[in-house]
Write a protein that binds this ligand. Structure first.
Ligand code: AMP
Ligand code: ZN
Length: 467
């Protein structure tokens, strides 16, 4: 299995620290609002990476944090006149709900920064003892970047170029020894949450949080550390400096970064205001379509979000699901085990599974993996029919289902939910008709049509079909 490693800028063979096991840390969101679909990209992508490892029989220890102490959280709390904790707890719950709706499985553990302050103080003490960090008179503790000789190795930046870029913002009189130095601990301001520490009442910097949570739950050296590409510098560069300086061993063997989800070729972000939350999208689309859309591109490529691409993801997913439904239907009518002649068909079908796996093993190329699923669908549509044995139908269905499970997309649409929703609308429409409120009846019919459901008034009553 090959993984593109940001650290070495090349695809490398994956060799786990411990055979059959993978330890993964994925930087999670800062919880002060609903997540947008840009934030959903790393969640979906690295959940798929985890699913593929598990499909291959690995045991995955998957840790993903919530950053629950941050300026943005404090600002939102002040705006609403509530505590920071109330804001972060609320949006952790909302984010978990969105993750579930996106079929992003819960991490093995979701640590929260505010629950890990002791570990942060310990690591900062170690860094000071080893001469990698220093406190100044107001109680701020800085990491001394130049003390860590390999600084810049992840982002491939030259420390002297960085210095030039930073010089202008070095405030005179600042006790920070070097403009590159970053904060490990900072004093509280009025009205902010704070913790006791040897240096001052205050709170941790963002970067130290991940170094500590990764160490606590996964150990000093882990297999994979991941996040969006905006985290490479400074966040992950700083994490490496802190962890390797404190622990004296390499932090992560493989660094994976996803490209941006864009709108009109610009990064989707809260600050630019060009974002859709997962909730916005949920109103218009099945979130399985969103997940399928995200996986139709390679994770390192930028991906432009558009209604057209979502429409094509929707029809692609429907094509796969229709093939699955057809197989289920054939299965109810078929009988017998796989025949001698059919064994050859099964072997041919397995080639698409091999193709899918080869794509995933090539740095998780989900775009090619999805193509392999389409090829399997086409193969099933042309080679499996009423004459096929139950054994063959079942095997091909299971193949399709297993691949879709790796992608985290259900082969079978949740008809029950849809059915209940349509039945409810039909009843409302019948009532409107009884009341002679034909405008409302028509409106309900049109609403369903917009959702892709056509009502058919037949002699046996109202029926419906997907269009
Ligand atoms: P944040 O809450 O901004 O720290 O982001 C949480 C995660 O979402 C990080 O891994 C970011 O890199 C990632 N992320 C944020 N915006 C985007 C985007 N437009 N496309 C892809 N990933 C993003
Ligand atoms: Zn992080």
């Amino acid at each position: 299995m090959k993984i593109y490693n940001t650290l070495t800028k090349q695809k490398e063979e994956f060799v786990p620290i411990e055979e059959g096991k993978v330890s993964m840390y994925v930087c999670g969101p800062t919880v002060y609002n609903y997540i947008h679909i840009g934030n959903a990209r790393p969640m979906i992508m690295f959940d798929t990476v985890r699913r593929y490892f598990e499909y291959k029989g690995y045991e995955v220890n998957y840790v993903s944090n919530f950053t629950d102490v941050d300026d943005k959280i404090i600002k939102k709390a002040n705006e609403e006149g509530v505590s920071s904790e109330e804001i972060s707890q609320r949006y952790i719950a909302e984010t978990k709900r969105d993750m579930e709706a996106l079929h992003v499985r819960p991490a093995t553990i979701h640590p929260q920064a505010t629950q890990e302050i002791d570990g942060m103080i310990e690591m900062i003490k170690t860094l000071i003892d080893k001469g990698y960090a220093y406190p100044v008179s107001d109680g701020t503790v800085y990491f001394a970047v130049r003390r860590f000789e390999e600084y810049g190795k992840l982002s491939h930046k030259d420390i002297d170029d960085l210095e030039g870029g930073h010089r202008s913002i070095n405030v005179s009189g600042d006790e920070k020894r070097d403009p590159l130095d970053f904060v490990l601990w900072k004093p509280k301001k009025e009205g902010e949450p704070y913790w006791e520490s040897p240096w001052c009442q205050g709170r941790p910097g963002w970067h130290i949080e991940c170094s500590v949570m990764s160490k606590r739950y996964l150990g000093d050296t882990i297999d994979i550390h991941a996040g969006g590409e905006d985290l490479v510098f400074p966040h992950h560069e700083n994490e490496i400096a802190q962890s390797e300086a404190a622990n004296g061993v390499p932090f992560a063997h493989y660094w994976m970064h996803n490209g941006f989800l864009n709108i009109d070729n610009k990064k989707m972000s809260k600050s630019l205001g060009n974002f859709f939350t997962v909730r916005d999208i949920e109103e218009k689309y099945d979130l399985q379509v969103l997940r399928f859309f995200m996986l139709s591109a390679h994770y390192r490529s930028p991906l432009n979000f558009s209604a057209d691409l979502m429409a094509s993801a929707k029809s692609g997913l429907e094509r796969i699901r229709t093939a699955g439904e057809r197989l289920l239907d054939l299965k109810t009518k078929a009988a017998g085990d796989v025949t001698e002649d059919e064994k050859k068909l099964l072997e041919e079908a397995k080639e698409y599974v091999t193709k899918f796996e080869a794509a995933m093993e090539d740095d998780f190329n989900t775009a090619d993996a999805v193509s392999a699923v389409f090829e399997l669908v086409k193969y099933a549509n042309t080679n499996v029919d009423e004459k096929s044995s139950a054994g063959l139908v079942e095997c091909i269905y299971e193949m399709m289902k297993d691949l879709m499970d790796v992608l985290g997309v259900d082969l079978k649409a949740k008809e029950d939910d849809l059915d209940a929703h349509v039945q409810e609308m039909i009843e409302k429409r019948q009532q409107a008709r009884k009341d002679k409120n034909f405008a409302l009846a028509d409106q309900i019919r049109d609403e369903l049509l917009a959702e892709g459901i056509q009502l058919l008034d037949t002699r046996e009553g109202v029926k419906w079909k997907k269009v």
